[in-house]
Design a protein around this ligand. Sequence first.
Ligand SMILES: [Zn+2]
Ligand SMILES: [Zn+2]
Length: 236
Amino acid sequence: MKIYFDLHTHTTASGHAFSTFKENLEEAASKGLSALGMSDHAPAMPGSAQAIYFTNFKCFRPEVMGVRIYTGVEANIMDFKGNLDLDEAVLQKMDYVIASLHMPCIKPGTPKENTDALIGAMENPYVKIIGHPDDDRYPLEYERLIPAALKHRVALEVNNSSFNPRSGRQNAGKNVMKWLSIAKEYRLPVILGSDAHIYYDVGDMTEAVKMLKAAGYPPELVLNAREDGVQYVLNR
Ligand SMILES: [Zn+2]
Ligand SMILES: [Zn+2]
């Protein structure tokens, strides 16, 4: 499967990632990606960048080394209403927002509460992607989540890093297979994200693609494999 873009990548600005933007960009170019999105963790993640970092994307050129650059953030969902840790004034300065549940920022709730948190985040117009909805630490009601993603036209992510055996996320393989089987019925377009925290993982969707194949997911519903996939996500 030809992968055109990766919108889930971290730089050293995230506080627990190990490569610079330039290193990530070089990797994206060498892998033949047409677009790279930068999505450092938002301020509530310990050690991550402050809000001011996310207001300075004006320094980015639209395209460098033949790769289209998109600026974003992986925002933290802070409560079960889906509120995020960055204000609208900051969110509007970037191309896209990934919203995710992270242990340092929100304690897991019931499946209903966790699902409410993700659906609440989808109602925020700046949120284009829900990151890694695949973790048994945050059990979800997929029967409710999938139709909500379709309704709000938000992309649910199959996160390649979740399948790393050393990932803190639990039972991602089982959960992804479960939600893909429901999403397939709804013909929900899905997005793949590397969630790279070091340059060589940028654009690597190997494990995520294996999951899609195992689920028999229709290739035309995989946004990263479509030349118009980025626009589908950003023009939500
Ligand atoms: Zn991280
Ligand atoms: Zn995350």
